[in-house]
Write a new protein. Structure first.
Length: 150
């Protein structure tokens, strides 16, 4: 094997190893669920926004923080609802807000990141769900008020 072929082989192996480790870091994450997020992260409610969106019959999933071309799969009651590619907007720290109709019929929501493990959340009476991805943690929490972004 020539010197050139050895170098190309080594470079190819390095790229494969980097690609493997990168893909592992995207799908290898812990799941944290906080059903009382409003207690640890209080926010000032805007009454006119709450009035419009809190009891309108929809579930809102707010994807925030550190998504970068990530594929997110959402299941409602174990049925695929949709697959979304998300990237967080730096100025607002929001990637997307998904509105899902039929809140009264939703019992569970499953969310997986880049075909990784599913986080399964039982839906209670709160229709504002926060999802964050940061440092190998997929965090999900409930809010009593509608988040707003400036």
């Amino acid at each position: 094997m020539s010197f050139k072929n050895k170098n190309l082989t080594i470079i190819g192996l390095i790229l494969l190893m980097f690609n493997y480790s990168f893909s592992q870091s995207i799908t290898d994450y812990k799941i944290e669920i906080d059903k009382e997020l409003w207690k640890t992260e209080p926010m000032y409610p805007l009454k006119y926004i709450d009035k419009k969106y809190l009891n309108d019959g929809n579930l809102y999933i707010h994807f925030q923080s550190a998504f970068k071309h990530d594929s997110v799969q959402i299941k409602i009651n174990d049925q695929l609802y949709g697959i979304y590619e998300l990237t967080t907007e730096r100025s607002t720290e929001v990637a997307d807000v998904i509105q899902i109709p039929g809140f009264d019929n939703i019992k569970t929501v499953s969310i997986s990141l880049n075909n990784g493990k599913e986080a399964v959340i039982e839906i209670n009476n709160l229709n504002q769900l926060i999802v964050r991805h940061h440092k190998k943690i997929l965090f999900i929490g409930f809010r009593k008020h509608v988040p707003y972004y400036e």
